[in-house]
Design a protein around this ligand. Structure first.
Ligand code: HEC
Ligand code: HEC
Ligand code: HEC
Ligand code: HEC
Length: 163
């Protein structure tokens, strides 16, 4: 009687590894999208999908045709680099096919302004900040007297913020 080869447990192990290896390749082949881009590692069709999404924001020029006064004023004021839609929401919620279909957002809370003007060390150098204590930003006497609730719009016009 010949005894089993002393290496038979290794052959069995090899077989198991082989089955797993082939199984892995099969699942990978099945699960990888057809348009997978192996060079930069993303699904190629994702670009088409994203480009096909409906337009939500129109940019500042999209307001001009109906709000001439505000748009004209805008060009000369400190907020000229700010997009209307950051404060008023996407045009798609407000206008469709050149007709007003819903109210544009009008947020008059302090939070709206503080989103950009809250004193923070990471703001661009020289950016005008709301600094209650005047430690980092330029000191504004009026701000030192403020409580936590007075709306910014009491003294500032959102479209023409220089008080
Ligand atoms: C910093 C935030 C902010 C930005 C940016 C902004 N607005 Fe406003 N807007 C307001 C606020 C706040 C009011 C409400 C003012 C009030 O009732 O005292 C308002 C009111 C309006 C109104 C209605 C009243 C009016 O003045 O005619 C229109 C229209 C308007 N905005 C259009 C625009 C357009 C167009 C732009 C871009 C060119 C723009 N807004 C950019 C905050 C903003
Ligand atoms: C097709 C015309 C049209 C376009 C384009 C348009 N609006 Fe309006 N908007 C209106 C009309 C009409 C009103 C209501 C009448 C009014 O108060 O002048 C209005 C009112 C507003 C108001 C006051 C709040 C309200 O809903 O009544 C704001 C703020 C406003 N628009 C912002 C914007 C912004 C920002 C854009 C560009 C992203 C824009 N609108 C583009 C027609 C338009
Ligand atoms: C999306 C960002 C953003 C929002 C929201 C915003 N601002 Fe501004 N603000 C700016 C930028 C950008 C400037 C121009 C800064 C510069 O030129 O150095 C500015 C300038 C100013 C200035 C300085 C004017 C000057 O030159 O002396 C005041 C005051 C001001 N904003 C007040 C407000 C108030 C009040 C609100 C809320 C109604 C508000 N801002 C909302 C970005 C914003
Ligand atoms: C009681 C009136 C008042 C209120 C309320 C107020 N401000 Fe002011 N703000 C002023 C005055 C006055 C100035 C100084 C204008 C100047 O000398 O150029 C100023 C200046 C600013 C400046 C420019 C700062 C600089 O370094 O030149 C910013 C930004 C500003 N305010 C943001 C805000 C924000 C954001 C709020 C709300 C959280 C607010 N302000 C509330 C009166 C006020």
């Amino acid at each position: 009687m010949s005894s089993p080869s002393p290496r038979s447990h290794l052959y069995r192990l090899l077989l198991i590894l082989l089955v797993f290896g082939i199984g892995f390749l099969a699942v990978k082949e099945w699960a990888t999208p057809d348009s997978w881009n192996y060079e930069v590692w993303y699904r190629g069709d994702a670009i088409k999908d994203i480009a096909a999404q409906p337009l939500a924001y129109g940019g500042n020029d999209s307001c001009k045709s109906c709000h001439k006064d505000v748009s004209r004023l805008w060009r000369k004021k400190p907020h000229r680099t700010v997009a209307c839609e950051t404060c008023h929401g996407p045009i798609i919620d407000h206008v469709k096919d050149k007709e007003k279909t819903g109210a544009a957002l009008v947020d008059k809370t302090r939070g709206q302004c503080l989103n950009c003007h809250l004193e923070q060390i990471n703001r661009p150098k020289g950016f005008k900040q709301f600094s209650k204590q005047g430690e980092i930003g330029k000191s504004v006497q009026k701000h030192k007297e403020l409580d936590e609730v007075t709306p910014c719009l009491k003294c500032h016009d959102a479209h023409d913020p220089q008080p």
